[in-house]
Design a binder for this molecule. Structure first.
Ligand code: V0V
Length: 139
């Protein structure tokens, strides 16, 4: 049920500085930016020139007690998550629960660009926080 590697998320202290770094040094292009209050992040999706392909998601904390704020306090800036694109996040979550993996949310929450997301606990996925993302219709 995974259809693509949707994005790789990097926790950063300063979103504008991180955007400048990745655009200037690697030539990536910003495709989208938004604030997600519920997740406590300011974030940007960056793509290789020409668009498409797997995105790099830069995630800056809005608050110290957010998931990204806590991650940076504990581990410093760096890779925070790997996101698999799925066609049906509810079905994917249920199938993984049935295999004994812990999902972080009982019901999917809103992610980037009105996607629907859930996460597998990193302790059940080899130390990697795995996001499941179902894009909004039309994306
Ligand atoms: C924590 N741990 C991680 C980790 N975060 N391991 C790998 N990758 C991570 N990102 C480890 C941590 O070192 C502990 O290991 C253990 O898991 C439990 O950590 P904890 O300190 O007890 O728990 P917290 O409070 O740090 O919470 C961790 C979780 C939290 C994963 C539960 O970060 C969370 O709810 N994440 C899901 C939401 C999220 O990440 N939102 C921001 C992106 P030891 O020390 O016990 O061995 S929003 C987003 O992606 C959007 C909007 C989108 O894509 O559309």
């Amino acid at each position: 049920y995974v259809t693509a590697i949707d994005h790789v998320g990097i926790a950063v202290p300063d979103l504008d500085a991180a955007i400048a770094f990745h655009t200037e040094h690697f030539g990536l292009e910003v495709g989208h930016q938004e604030v997600n209050e519920e997740q406590g992040v300011r974030e940007a999706m960056l793509y290789a020139p020409g668009g498409g392909g797997t995105a790099i998601q830069l995630l800056a904390p809005l608050r110290e007690d957010s998931a990204i704020g806590k991650f940076i306090a504990k581990s410093g800036p760096g890779l925070q998550q790997l996101a698999y694109r799925v066609s049906d996040v509810d079905a994917a979550a249920e199938a993984l629960r049935a295999k004994g993996l812990r999902l972080l949310y009982d019901a999917a929450k809103r992610g980037t660009s009105d996607s629907r997301v859930n996460f597998v606990h990193p302790k059940d996925a080899g130390g990697v926080l795995v996001e499941l993302v179902e894009p909004a219709a039309g994306h």
